[in-house]
Every structure is written in structure tokens, then in C-alpha cells.
Ligand binder design. Structure first.
Ligand code: ARG
Length: 586
């Protein structure tokens, strides 16, 4: 595995060297290299430098050019405008660099220089509740960020902070005690069945709770038993958790997101720490009692009435809330899991909560300077009307229904093309799922995390435009060309002159590592999606302008196959970092 320097970074080095050779008195200076439409690159560094030295930028640029003889890397360099350099790279350097990438499993992408440990909180549904589009976002974004970070060499610890604790369990457990067979099943249950019995039970117990005072009292006492760790109560609580997990796993499976049991550490997992967390906060004075509740105040956080609105870590009745759990989780993640970065893929509507929780943890000394805490607060999924996505009846949309519909639509598209390809029914079903789920994931990941987006299936499964299907087709089309190539293999020929479309494709391929470095540092999968879409667009232009199998010479056929193959591998790697499959045939 060898990391391959990009053309941009090699060039940057050369110009920086030329700069110091031309102006030994400055030492080092940034050439400020940019991609350019006029040439391949433009270097603007001479402008700033001349200003600093009170010299003439064009003269300075000319001196630098003298130190930059054309050769293996640089084909042409000229001083332009007020004093920047336009630089064209040789075709040979492009193909040579790409050949080095092709020889590496990681396509020449380096590991991060200083990998650390990130604990990421994502895919956190709630026990005994349906999963909705919000859980689509926290699962899909989280999964992509995990893959991207791991690819960079970061150690990643996954935490699924599921909602598995709270007063509602008193009501559910009490109901189950009084109706003991409600969760019994014969044989194995499907995720759907598990959810439907949980739903039934939830509704029935809620109705009873709201209408029957005595049941309400029994349910409240049951909460106390649960919190006291009463064995029978805990065993029943566990049944709800297990039943819900059957459902969660079935949805994650459909979503093609891998979740491991050992990474599910829900709210209940921090129970033993809550009292201590509160005690430490109170003793250190970070939190104070206010009307019996334990509160943390912030100068800049006020309610609508203008009064300070605190973070409540313990309610006046002694109950611990969401904040106490999150604070305890921070202690666990920093002290025990040794995180230096904490990520939270959680709805942007919880931003105030996390702002207050992070600030409290800083004051308490649990989040030290060396530890970064970031909420990747995601936007809302909207319906076609631009309002938060709801069913016609005004209810939240079930995630499974959405996924099923996406897969149905995609399967229809695949089926239509299947005859020509001779796909079996089994293959049609498999590809339909890969295309449908890919479409949903891509639509989500190609919008920046914090933005709202409209859930529009017609657009998502469209073959044209910025969709996963377009990218999957680009990949499959290359595979089909490679299959048809017969004896001809992908082989790089650096001695050949490149057509404009080949150069553009090649230069873009070379930027994969730089794009990933940026995506990794900023946690912005949409920039990777954007890169891949551009890659597929360059490929489309390349096809239109450069015949592959019918190219002029056998060398040119091989070289074009080489470009195709590297494009396919880059697409597959990039898509896989987004959690999206690339079928070999579509
Ligand atoms: N269970 C919550 C929900 O469904 C998300 C939990 C977010 N994570 C956390 N550490 N608070 O909205």
C-alpha cells in the first residue's frame, strides 16, 4: 500500500521550491495553487508575495518561471494577468500518476497523519416505537461517516444510544403483567410482527393509562420498581427491548446498514452513573438547585419569556432526564473509551440540548481541551409540499413503508431493463433492493447534513441527474465494456497524447484522495457525493468523445480501458464509503 501524491501536490512542491530558489530571502511561501479553466492550474502566490516585498508581481512571477523548466511534470507555464502563473501538466504525468493509483488497493489515498479515536452516536431509535424518517437520516449519515473515518485510519467506536429507558416503561410493563400473553409468539417473529405487537400493546396500555386512575397508579409504582432494579420488572423490560431489537434489525437490514449488538448501548446503559454525575455537578457548583431541580444555567440561553432556561439534570421529583444520561455517556466515552472526538448524528432540533450538554461537560472538566465534541445536526425530511413529511392522515411516515416503496419502484426500473441483460428473478430482486436503497441513501447524503430536503421518490430513482442510479449505471456500463473487451486489457500508456475529455477525467480521478481528506476532516459526505457525480459526468463526456473499444490503436484501446477501469474502481470505493452498492450489471 503506497500513498500517491496528487499532481496538485507535486506541482505545489515544485513551485514552492522554485519560489525559494528565485527569492532565497523569503524562505518558504505558499504558491496558492488552484484548479483553473484556462490551463490545468493557476498559482496566485506571487501576487501576495510581491505585495509583501513591494515588488512587481509580474517580474516576480517571471523569475519563478525561470526556475520551473518544462519537463516530466510541467508541459507549459506562463505568466498571466497581474502576475499569476498558468500551468499545464504533461499528459505523461497524468497517466503515470494514475497508473500508480491503479497499482494500489487504496487508489493511492493516504491514511490520516494523526488518527485518533472517535466515538460516534448514531442510529438510535426508540424501544417500542416505530422508526421514522428521522431515523433514516441518523442511520444513513452515521453509517457513511463511520465508513469514511475508518477508511482514513481513525479508530471508530460506534454507539447506538437507543431510547430504552423512561417512565413509559412503567405503563408498558404493568400492562404486560396484567395481560401476560400479549408478547407471546409461536416460532420466529419477523420485524414487522414484532413491531405490530409492540404497537398494539403500546396503544392498549396508553388507553388504559389515560382512562383508568388505578392502572395509572400501578404503572407509576412500576416505574419505581424498574428504577430500583426489581428483577421481575427488569426481566419484562428486557422483553420489550429484545422485541424491539428484532424490529430494529429488520429495518437496518433493509437499509443495508450493519449494526452490531455490542454497539447498542442505550440510555439504560448509563443508569449506574446518573446519581454520581449529578453529585459531581452539584459538588463542583456547576449545577445548582432551583425549585428542587438540579439545573445548569447559561448566560446566553433564555426562554421565550426572557428568563434563563437551564439544562435540567435532575427533576424536582428526583427523576433523571435525557441530559443526565448524555452527560454520563460523555464521561464514559472520554474516560473509558478514550475518545478524543465525540460525534453525535442527531436531529438539528436537538442542537440547544447538545450545546448545553457540551458546555456543562466542559465546565465539569469531563470534556477537556483535547477532546472535540461535535453534533452533526441534520435537517428535516420534507414532503413534496415542503412541510415536515407526514402521511395524508397527518401521521409520521413509517420508515419501512418508504423503503418498501423505493425498492418497489427501483425493482420496476430494473425489471424493465432485465430482459436485455437476461437477469433471473432473484437477480432482479437483489438489484432492485440495491438500487432502491441506494437511491434513498444517496438523496439523503448528497444534501449537506444540516439542510432540509424533500423526499421525492420520482426524482430519487431517476436515471438522469444527480442520483445514485446514474452513478450505479456509470459503474455497470464500465463493467460491461470491460467484459466486451475480449483480449484487450486495461493498461496505462503514458506515452500517448490525451484527448481533452481524457485529461479532464484523469485530472478528476487524481483528486479522489484530496476530496476524501476534506470530506473526512469536515464530516461532509455530500462533498464525496458531489465528487462522484462529477466523476460520472466526466465519464459521460469521455464516452461521447472518445471511442473505447473502437479507438485508433490497440494501445489507445488499452489506455482507455485503463481510464475506465480506474474510474469504476474509484466509483465503487466512493459509493461504498457512502454505504451504497454498485451492482456489476444493470
Ligand atoms: N433516541 C433519540 C431519538 O430518536 C436520539 C438519541 C440521540 N443521542 C443522544 N445521545 N441523545 O430522537
Amino acid at each position: 500500500m503506497a500513498s500517491v501524491p496528487s499532481l496538485a501536490s507535486s506541482l505545489d512542491r515544485r513551485i514552492a521550491d522554485a519560489l525559494s530558489a528565485a527569492l532565497p530571502e523569503v524562505g518558504t511561501a505558499d504558491p496558492l495553487l488552484r484548479r483553473s479553466d484556462r490551463a490545468d492550474f493557476q498559482a496566485n502566490g506571487m501576487l501576495a508575495l510581491a505585495k509583501k516585498l513591494k515588488g512587481n508581481p509580474r517580474e516576480l512571477a517571471a523569475k519563478v518561471v525561470e526556475q520551473l523548466p518544462a519537463g516530466d511534470l510541467i508541459k507549459d507555464v506562463e505568466v498571466s494577468g497581474p502576475g499569476f502563473l498558468n500551468i499545464t501538466i504533461t499528459d505523461e504525468a497524468i497517466v503515470k500518476t494514475l497508473a500508480e493509483r491503479a497499482a494500489d488497493d487504496r487508489l493511492g489515498v493516504p491514511f490520516a497523519e494523526h488518527p485518533g479515536t472517535t466515538v460516534i452516536d448514531y442510529a438510535q431509535p426508540n424501544v417500542a416505537k416505530e422508526m421514522h424518517v428521522g431515523h433514516l437520516r441518523n442511520s444513513v449519515i452515521g453509517d457513511a461517516v463511520v465508513r469514511i473515518l475508518e477508511f482514513s485510519g481513525e479508530k471508530v467506536v460506534r454507539r447506538h444510544h437507543i431510547g430504552d429507558w423512561g417512565t413509559q416503561f412503567g405503563m408498558l410493563i404493568q400492562y404486560l403483567i396484567e395481560h401476560p400473553h400479549e408478547l407471546d409468539h409461536e416460532g420466529e417473529v419477523s420485524g414487522e410482527e414484532a413491531m405490530s405487537s409492540l404497537n398494539r400493546l403500546y396503544k392498549a396500555s396508553r388507553t388504559l393509562f389515560d382512562s383508568d386512575e388505578e392502572f395509572k397508579a400501578r404503572a407509576r409504582r412500576r416505574v419505581v420498581d424498574l428504577q430500583a432494579g426489581d428483577e421481575e420488572t427488569l426481566a419484562l423490560w428486557q422483553r420489550f427491548v429484545d422485541e424491539s431489537k428484532i424490529y430494529f434489525y429488520s429495518v437496518f437490514d433493509k437499509l443495508d446498514v450493519e449494526i452490531r449488538d455490542e454497539d447498542i448501548v442505550g440510555e439504560s446503559g448509563y443508569n449506574d452513573m446518573l446519581a454520581e454525575t449529578c453529585r459531581l455537578l452539584e459538588e463542583s457548583g456547576v449545577a445548582v438547585r432551583s425549585n428542587g431541580a438540579l439545573c445548569v444555567f447559561f448566560d446566553d440561553v433564555k426562554g421565550p419569556d426572557g428568563k434563563p432556561s437551564p439544562l435540567i439534570v435532575q427533576k424536582s421529583d428526583g427523576g433523571f432526564g435525557y441530559a443526565a444520561t448524555d452527560l454520563s455517556a460523555i464521561r464514559d466515552r472520554v474516560d473509558n473509551l478514550k475518545a478524543d472526538t465525540l460525534l453525535y448524528v442527531v436531529d438539528a432540533r436537538q442542537s440547544l440540548h447538545f450545546k448545553m450538554v457540551f458546555e456543562t461537560a466542559r465546565r465539569a472538566g469531563w470534556l477537556t481541551e483535547g477532546v472535540k465534541a461535535v453534533q452533526l445536526g441534520f435537517g428535516t425530511v420534507l414532503g413534496k409540499d415542503g412541510k415536515p413529511f407526514k402521511t395524508r392522515e397527518g401521521e409520521t411516515v413509517r420508515l419501512v413503508d418508504l423503503l418498501d416503496e423505493a425498492v418497489d419502484r427501483a425493482t420496476a426500473v430494473v425489471r424493465e431493463k432485465s430482459e436485455k441483460l437476461g437477469l433471473t428473478e432473484e437477480q432482479i430482486i437483489e438489484r432492485g433492493a440495491q438500487v432502491g436503497i441506494g437511491a434513498v441513501k444517496y438523496a439523503d447524503l448528497s444534501t449537506s447534513v444540516s439542510r432540509d430536503y424533500k423526499f421525492d421518490l420520482d426524482q430519487m430513482v431517476s436515471l438522469n441527474g444527480d442520483t445514485s442510479v446514474y452513478l450505479q449505471y456509470a459503474y455497470a456500463r464500465i463493467q460491461s465494456i470491460l467484459r466486451k473487451a475480449g483480449e484487450a486489457r486495461p493498461v496505462a500508456h503514458p506515452e500517448l497524447a490525451l484527448a481533452a475529455a481524457e485529461r479532464a477525467l484523469g485530472m478528476h480521478l487524481d483528486q479522489f484522495g484530496e476530496n476524501l481528506a476534506e470530506v473526512t476532516a469536515s464530516y461532509e459526505p455530500h462533498k464525496l457525493a458531489g465528487y462522484l457525480y462529477q466523476l460520472a459526468s466526466h465519464l459521460t463526456t469521455f464516452y461521447a468523445e472518445c471511442p473505447v473499444l473502437k479507438a485508433d490503436t490497440p494501445q489507445q484501446v488499452e489506455n482507455r480501458l485503463f481510464l475506465c477501469d480506474l474510474t469504476a474502481r474509484t466509483l465503487r470505493q466512493g459509493m461504498s464509503l457512502l454505504g451504497i452498492r454498485t451492482p456489476e450489471q444493470l
